[in-house]
Structure formats: structure tokens, C-alpha cells
Write a protein that binds this ligand. Structure first.
Ligand code: MCA
Ligand code: AMP
Length: 507
């Protein structure tokens, strides 16, 4: 029997080679990984999770959480990671839509989440950040051997929710081969070997930290230092014993604020990768002058995994995302007609390849609307390909703000603000922010004598939206700027409030 993704992870495994360690002194070898993920897989079966069932997981980052992901892969279940910042209101939607057989949450959030899970027919267990919780207790008693459930390349391994420009979030269905093909390509492209040691400071509920970082390490038989969150000073102190860092641009902005970021401190490092949001060319240049390392910028999406990468050998050009990865086809088209554009012309980026997801969970119409008849996926990103073949992302055709590597869909925030008493309407947009790249900003139109101020708007959003989606500033204006068709002109708002965060020091 074969399990497409896990068989590849097993191949060539060295049982006593280090896999993951934490800064509180816990560590797992590859042999430990096999046993621990088997124990969790046995528990999933005992709890009645069947192949194809969804397992929704909202827990703090820990090696055990990663073992639970691997257990789902081995048991043929579909792993559904959820941002720890999501509020109960947000979770209710995801659980209702995905209909998981099991919800795993942090011990401290169980009381709040239990009614939501049980109302939706899901069982609930807990997993704490130090290997505690009811699921971990069951795993400790379980068998350390597990016969992996047969899964083919096209079977689902995970569903990751990504917000939509209209309406609610969509679950991107990722198959075993989407994950395996992309991670294998990146191992080769970025020259990973068993000798690598990654500083893993990203969250593990999104593609970047879960699939790009963790799957690469597993396939290469390499090791990683698992940090609960990113801290620039801590990351620098770990660099002499590490070889690679993967981060969002905010990581690099924050690293550059430290006088300890020097050529000597980074001498053992061979690779710094950036993605999830545009890296300013200025950050790239400053990093190179401080350390001698050219950050390797790549471009991906939840739906597609990684699409392009600057070269490992060769010029890593600031402000570009490099070349399509081997096996990935990329074209730039006229958004209206779908006609392919010539090099140097700006249009919609479309991609096709084994990396591209299977579709949106239970949304066949939305899936169809985002694919061309010839199988290319419409990314919503605007870009061009230069004469040397480097892809440049020049904007977004979708109404989206990216703050510190997290995506915020303005519509979702606007709907919450528009429901507040005293509010006529609102527009949410991103403007430059020295730390987060873009700062979520709301322009609000009030009824006369509404008695609403910035603090009251923010207070009302507190339990409705994850913290990172909440506006950093709320400004009040008499009317929203509109074009002759009545469409809100967000560009005009972005221009008007472009300097809102410029007085902030970086970080
Ligand atoms: C935290 N806050 C944020 C963000 N993170 N606000 C806006 N945007 C954010 N990204 C809030 C905190 O709740 C806090 O609010 C205040 O801002 C300051 O928090 P701070 O301690 O400075 O933040 P932090 O905990 O240090 O986190 C910043 C971070 C983190 C390290 C940049 O957001 C992060 O790890 N981002 C990575 C996201 C990621 O993995 N994206 C990949 C998605 P308060 O003070 O009120 O409590 S995958 C993807 O995009 C595709 C596939 C791809 O290409 O990779
Ligand atoms: P997500 O929905 O979290 O998967 O975010 C994917 C989006 O992040 C892409 O569609 C891009 O808009 C953006 N993105 C990812 N990597 C980069 C990059 N290197 N440069 C610019 N934008 C990026």
C-alpha cells in the first residue's frame, strides 16, 4: 500500500538523525517523528476519523502539532489548520463549512469552542504547546507503529482557507501531489541537504511555515529549530548554528534594526528566503550590505504553493520574484480577453502545474471561475516578465491587503464595520507601514451625531475579527470617493492616506 506524500518522506530516512528541536530543550529525531506521528495516527483512527475526514486544528505552534499534521497524512485524513488568531465567530464558519470529524484546539480555548464543534457534529480534543492536552495524553498510550492508509497523488492532504474578495472564505483543496511535487522541486532548486538546519520562526497554519518550510526539511532529511514566534534577536543568536532562514518581509525589516546583524553573525548561513508579501528592493539591498547575503525572494499562493523563485545560482534581483519553478508554467494575459501578452507588458499572472490545487471545497462555481478552460489558474496578481525572464509582481487585481505576510480581504472588515450603529459605509485599504509592509486602514462615513469614534469602532471589532485583520487606524471622512460608475476609488484613499504610518519608526 502506498501513501504518496508520506512514502516520499520515509524514503532514505535516517532514524537517529535530528529532525526538530525547541529552544526549551526538547528534540525529536527522524525515528521519533515516525513513532510520534504513528501514535497520533492511531489515536485519530480510535476517535473514528476515517480517510477523507477533515481534522480542524487551531493550536499553538509545537512539534506535536506538526506530528498531528503528519498523522493526518498517514491516516488519510484531510488536515485543516486554522490561524490561532481567529475568533469564535470566524471559527464557527470554518467548522460549519468544512464539517470536520474532529476539532483539535488549545486546552485554554476548549470551553469556548466545544459548543461550536458539537453543534456541528464534530468531536473535540486538545493539544497544548508543551505536549499537553487530551489528544497528547491519548497519543502517549497509543501504539508507535501504524500502517499508513493508501493515498494516491490526487487524494486530498489538506484544506487551507483563504478569504475571498466577495463573501466568505474558500477552502483550497491541496492534494498529496500538490504538496509533494512542490516541496521536492524546492529541495532541488534551493539545494537542501541533510546538513541543513532551518530557523523555523513562521506559524504552521499557513502554506509558508507548514508546507514550504516543514515539508522541505522532511524531504531533505534536514533539521530545524522550532521557535514559537519570530524574534529578531533570538534569530540572530541562532544563526551561527543554522544554515537557512525562511521569512516574510517583516522578518527582514526587523532583523535590519539590530546592530548584531553582521557578516560574522550570518557567516554560517547559506540561504535567506523571503515570500508571502513583496520585499522592498531597499530591504534587499540593505540586507546584502549588512550581511553579504542576497535574500532569495520567491512567490506563491495558498492555492498554488510556490510558483516562482529567484535563482540559487545567478542574480537574485531585488523587486523581482525570479523565474517559474521547474514544472510550473506561467503566463501574463490581458485580464479581460485572456489573450497572452508579450514580454514586458503588464497583465494578469496565470499559472499551471502539479503545484496548483484541486479546487475550492464545495464551491464548484468559484473553482470554475478562477480557472481558464486550458487549466491555467488566475492568480489575481498583476505582473510582467522582463527580457531576462524574471517575473515582476507590479500590483494586485484583487482587493487584498497583506500585512506582515497575512492576507486581509477588505470586504470582510467592511462588512463588520458597516453593521455598526451610526455607520453609513466604510472602505478598507492598505497603505505603506514601516513594519508590516501594509497597514490595514478603514475610512468610515458616519451618520450625523453618530457618537462613534476610532476607539469605539476598534472595540466593536475585537471579538469579531482576528487581531491582524483589525485596522491599525480608523479615519472618518464625509464621503467615500467614487468613480462615475459608483465604485469606491480605493486608489484615491491610498493616495490621500499614504503617509498615515510614516511617522512610526520601523518596528
Ligand atoms: C501581529 N499583529 C499583526 C500582525 N502580526 N498586525 C498586523 N499584521 C500582522 N501580520 C498584531 C499583534 O496582534 C499585536 O497586536 C501587534 O500587531 C504587534 O504585534 P507584534 O508582537 O509586533 O507581532 P508579532 O507577534 O511579532 O508578529 C508579527 C509577525 C507575524 C512576526 C510578522 O505576523 C508573522 O509571523 N507573520 C507571518 C505570516 C505568515 O506566515 N504568512 C504566510 C502566509 P496587539 O498589540 O494589539 O496585541 S502563506 C502565504 O502568504 C503564501 C502561500 C506565500 O507565498 O507564502
Ligand atoms: P495567500 O492567499 O496567503 O496564499 O497569499 C498569496 C498572495 O500573496 C499572492 O497572490 C500574492 O499577492 C502575495 N505574494 C506572495 N509572495 C509574494 C511576493 N514574493 N511578492 C509579492 N506578493 C507576494
Amino acid at each position: 500500500m502506498s501513501n504518496h506524500l508520506f512514502d516520499a518522506i520515509r524514503t532514505g530516512i535516517v532514524a537517529d538523525a535530528p529532525f526538530v528541536e525547541t529552544t526549551d530543550g526538547r528534540s525529536w529525531t527522524y525515528g521519533d517523528m515516525l513513532v510520534t506521528s504513528a501514535r497520533f495516527a492511531n489515536v485519530l483512527m480510535e476517535l473514528g476519523v476515517k480517510p477523507g475526514d477533515r481534522v480542524a486544528v487551531q493550536v499553538e505552534k509545537s512539534p506535536e502539532a506538526l506530528m498531528l499534521y503528519l498523522a493526518c497524512v498517514r491516516a488519510g485524513a484531510v488536515y485543516l489548520p486554522l490561524n490561532t488568531g481567529y475568533t469564535l465567530a470566524e471559527l464557527d464558519y470554518f467548522i460549519g463549512d468544512a464539517e470536520p470529524a474532529l476539532v483539535v484546539c488549545a486546552p485554554k480555548t476548549r470551553a469556548g469552542l466545544e459548543p461550536v464543534a458539537t453543534a456541528r457534529g464534530a468531536r473535540i480534543e486538545t493539544l497544548g504547546e508543551h505536549g499537553d492536552g487530551s489528544l497528547a495524553a491519548l497519543a502517549m498510550e497509543a501504539d508507535g507503529d501504524f500502517a499508513d492508509v493508501a493515498r494516491g497523488p490526487g487524494d486530498l492532504a489538506a484544506i487551507l482557507y483563504t478569504s475571498g474578495t466577495t463573501g466568505r472564505s474558500k477552502g483550497a483543496m491541496l492534494t498529496h501531489d500538490n504538496l509533494l511535487s512542490n516541496a521536492s522541486t524546492l529541495v532541488d532548486t534551493w539545494r537542501f541537504t541533510a546538513a541543513d538546519r532551518l530557523i523555523h520562526a513562521l506559524p504552521i497554519f499557513h502554506t509558508h511555515g507548514l508546507f514550504v518550510a516543514s515539508n522541505i526539511i522532511l524531504l531533505a532529511g534536514a533539521s530545524m529549530i522550532f521557535l514559537p514566534k519570530f524574534d529578531a534577536e533570538e534569530a540572530i543568536s541562532l544563526m551561527p548554528g543554522a544554515t537557512v532562514l525562511m521569512g516574510v518581509p517583516t522578518f527582514y525589516v526587523r532583523l535590519l534594526q539590530s546592530p548584531k546583524l553582521t557578516r560574522e553573525a550570518t557567516a554560517n548561513m547559506r540561504l535567506f528566503v523571503s515570500g508571502s508579501a513583496p520585499l522592498l528592493a531597499e530591504t534587499h539591498r540593505r540586507f546584502q550590505s549588512a550581511t553579504g547575503h542576497a535574500i532569495l525572494e520567491r512567490y506563491g499562493m495558498t492555492e498554488t504553493n510556490m510558483n516562482t523563485s529567484n535563482p540559487y545560482d545567478g542574480d537574485r534581483i531585488p523587486g523581482t520574484v525570479g523565474f517559474p519553478l521547474p514544472g510550473v508554467s506561467l503566463r501574463v494575459v490581458d485580464p479581460e480577453s485572456g489573450r497572452e501578452l508579450a514580454g514586458g507588458e503588464t497583465g494578469m499572472i496565470e499559472v499551471k502545474g502539479p503545484n496548483v490545487f484541486k479546487g475550492y471545497w464545495r464551491m464548484p462555481e468559484k473553482t470554475q471561475a478562477e480557472f481558464r478552460p486550458d487549466g491555467f489558474f488566475i492568480t489575481g496578481d498583476l505582473g510582467q516578465v522582463d527580457a531576462r525572464g524574471y517575473v515582476h509582481i507590479v500590483g494586485r487585481g484583487k482587493d487584498l491587503v497583506i500585512s506582515g505576510g497575512y492576507n486581509i480581504y477588505p470586504k470582510e472588515v467592511e462588512m463588520e464595520i458597516d453593521m455598526l450603529p451610526g455607520v453609513v459605509e466604510s472602505a478598507v485599504f492598505g497603505v505603506p507601514h514601516p513594519d508590516f509592509g501594509e497597514g490595514v486602514t478603514a475610512a468610515v462615513v458616519l451618520k450625523p451625531d453618530a457618537g462613534v469614534d476610532e476607539q469605539s469602532v476598534l472595540a466593536a471589532l475585537k471579538d469579531r475579527l482576528a487581531r491582524y485583520k483589525q485596522p491599525k487606524r480608523v479615519v472618518f471622512i464625509p464621503d467615500l470617493p467614487r468613480n462615475t460608475m459608483g465604485k469606491v476609488q480605493k486608489n484615491a484613499l491610498r493616495n490621500r492616506f499614504a503617509d498615515l504610518y510614516s511617522e512610526l519608526q520601523e518596528g
